[in-house]
Design a protein. Structure first.
Ligand code: PHE
Length: 499
């Protein structure tokens, strides 16, 4: 009891518990390193930038690797959450995850082609362990009915975007202007600051997320052996690959990974709908979440073009010269987190404003709006490509507009998705369903890599058809969501009434 009282009286950090400050800075540094490195990734793998050559892999292969990486990061959040629940507890998962990520970035800082994939593997594994669990601790800082909960998550979302800005600014500059591996190393130093900060201020979290679920010790030991076995197998596969014993075409791998994600998602939803013994209301809600899942995957598949095809477009066809200054290509990705920080308060206010007038759109409609904004963003890009075909380079205003629309889409869809999954998932399956929310990002990431590869394989010519497809399928899914929202809305409101 006393700890709950203490927590609710703790208003140290902008009216929020001290622990939020610890998590704020850990996540800030983690995202700094993640996005800082990600902004350089495709540039480094392909021809590089003026005066700083890259590894010269083809656009299609580089994008596939980027897609596998982005997909893996969020796919691994599913086992990452499970390990925290059952073995390590959340705090220790965050700490170990952060250390593995640091190792990953420092591995990338080694100027060798052979260690490149190993570095990516470390970052992906570490992020899988850190990212879902740090958000869970945020939730655990507040008692169930603490009214600061939502604003706590809003502050946390700020840390994500402040960190991203820092990453693009610092790693982008160093990586492109000085040397790729210095950029990766800077990401490592950022993450090291995050680790240090977490170790020093971890005590402020108190018991939030300290212990794993109470389970039978024997079961826990079995779990640990299982995880140990998986780590052994993964290590064996990676090391033998590095030793040149096997190799695989990244595009083929990305396609199979995509199939795998689709199959496990389909199986999981079929299980929930037909075999989990849910009542009719719960099934209807699962059906709604399935639709949102499809919407989210489609949305992220467009959104994540930022570090893939849009980065290549920027490098090859956009003028970044301002007077005597030439901005790094990855600096354009600064726009998304900047717009998030600028406009998140406005969007939060907008929903409250509309809510008071009973005009707040329901969840599927908000998703549809997000997808429509995504589509409009790509319509802008189709025009940008048209202009670039006539005379290149084009101005940076095209990217400004596209990223603005995509950010508005993100602010409409992403927080709503998170809250939909935490609110409408059948209670017994909550943890797993949060994992499914991450799977949507994962599927989006790998699709982004595959589409980005197709879009950039033969210059501007190949961009228009892919961007046009993106527009079509985002609009088609938005249409379906709006069409079904009448039916789905009923279910959500019924649920609301019962509360
Ligand atoms: N910018 C967000 C972040 O890095 C994007 C995101 C949303 C990622 C939802 C995963 C899930 O956290």
């Amino acid at each position: 009891m006393s700890t709950v009282r203490e927590k609710s009286e703790d208003t140290y950090f902008f009216g929020h518990p001290k622990g939020l400050m610890t998590l704020f800075f850990t996540e800030m540094w983690e995202r700094m390193s993640y996005y800082g490195m990600r902004g350089l990734l495709v540039l480094y793998m392909t021809i590089g930038v003026a005066g700083n050559p890259g590894m010269d892999w083809s656009n299609i292969q580089a994008n596939a690797i980027y897609g596998i990486y982005a997909g893996m990061v969020y796919f691994l959040a599913v086992p990452g959450g499970w390990i925290a629940d059952n073995i390590l507890g959340y705090q220790r998962s965050v700490l170990i995850g952060a250390i593995i990520i640091t190792l990953g970035h420092f591995t990338l800082a080694i100027p060798l082609e052979q260690t490149f994939i190993l570095g990516l593997v470390f970052v992906a594994l570490g992020t899988g362990l850190l990212k879902p669990n740090i958000s869970s601790i945020v939730g655990q800082l507040y008692s169930q009915n603490d009214s600061r909960r939502d604003s706590g998550f809003t502050i946390f979302y700020m840390s994500i975007n402040i960190g991203s800005m820092l990453g693009f600014a610092v790693c982008g500059w160093l990586g492109e202007k000085v040397g790729w591996h210095l950029g990766f190393g800077a990401a490592g130093i950022g993450m090291l600051l995050g680790v240090t900060q977490f170790i020093l201020f971890r005590h402020q979290l108190g018991d939030a997320g300290k212990y794993p679920n109470k389970i039978n010790e024997q079961t826990r030991r079995n779990y640990i052996s299982g995880v140990g076995l998986v780590i052994f197998i993964v290590t064996f596969i990676v090391v033998s690959g590095m030793a040149g014993l096997w190799s695989i075409d990244p595009v083929y791998f990305a396609e199979r990974f995509r199939d795998f994600l689709v199959i496990i998602s389909v199986i999981y939803f079929i299980y929930l709908l037909f075999f989990a013994g849910l009542n009719t209301d719960e099934k209807r809600n699962v059906l709604m979440l399935l639709l949102l899942f499809i919407g989210a995957a489609a949305f992220w598949s467009g959104f994540d073009q930022s570090a893939g095809s849009l980065t290549i477009f920027t490098r090859d066809y956009v003028s970044l010269t301002f007077g005597s200054f030439i901005a790094p290509v990855s600096w354009t990705q600064f726009l998304n987190p900047l717009f998030v920080v600028m406009f998140a308060p406005f969007f939060a206010y907008l929903w409250v404003f509309l809510g008071k007038r009973n005009l707040d759109p329901n969840m599927p409609v908000k998703f549809a709006i997000g997808l429509i904004l995504m589509a409009i963003g790509f319509i802008v890009m189709i025009f940008a490509v048209k202009f670039a075909l006539v005379s290149s380079p084009v101005g940076v205003q095209w990217l400004l507009l596209t990223y603005l629309l995509h950010t508005f889409g993100e602010l409409t869809l992403s927080p709503v998705g998170l809250s939909a999954f935490s609110k409408y998932s059948p209670k017994k399956y909550l943890g797993q369903m949060m994992g499914i929310w991450f799977l949507a990002s994962s599927l989006g990431g790998v699709l982004a890599g595959l589409l980005g590869g197709e879009a950039t394989q033969s210059g501007l010519q190949s961009m228009t058809p892919v961007f046009t497809n993106l527009v079509y399928y985002c609009l088609a899914i938005a249409g379906i969501l709006i069409g079904l929202s009448f039916f789905i809305k009923g279910v959500s409101e019924e649920k609301e009434d019962q509360k």
